[in-house]
Design a protein around this ligand. Structure first.
Ligand SMILES: [Zn+2]
Length: 143
């Protein structure tokens, strides 16, 4: 818990004072993670977000989206009822995973760390206020 608080305090400090070496926002962080810019991700344990993949069995095209849990089932059904945007096949399959598992998976490929922060704490609420996800970066990607 003390360690979690230190991490969140450092994140806010770095966002404000260490220009470009810390950031927040899930989509930006996933992009930076894939570019191997992220050192450590902080994410609350209550994001309620899941990543879905709709894969075409014929051409292997994958449609991916990150959704709040209540929206997952209707969106998956909607995507499964539409033909593959690449080859028009209807032979599609869906899979889904928790956002933390997904971040762990990409992080494992780039050597980044994922730190899960307890959402129901004062510092968890701080992290929630900037979208529940933040990251320390290896370098400023805009320089
Ligand atoms: Zn296809």
């Amino acid at each position: 818990m003390v360690e979690e608080k230190k991490l969140v305090d450092k994140l806010f400090n770095d966002i404000h004072f260490s220009r470009g070496l810390a950031t927040y926002g899930l989509n930006e962080i996933i992009d930076l993670l894939k570019r191997n810019v992220v050192a450590t991700i902080l994410i609350t344990d209550d994001t309620n977000l899941r990543k879905i993949d709709i894969t075409c069995r014929r051409c292997q095209n994958v449609q991916s989206e990150i959704l709040e849990r209540p929206k997952v089932i209707p969106r998956v059904q909607e995507l499964l009822s539409q033909p593959c945007p690449s080859c028009k096949s209807m032979d599609l399959e869906s899979s889904e995973r928790d956002i933390v598992d997904y971040l762990d998976l990409i992080s494992g490929q780039t050597g980044a760390k994922v730190e899960v922060i307890t959402g129901a704490t004062e510092y968890g609420a701080m992290l929630s206020s900037i979208g529940k996800v933040g990251a320390f970066l290896r370098y400023n990607p805009n320089q």
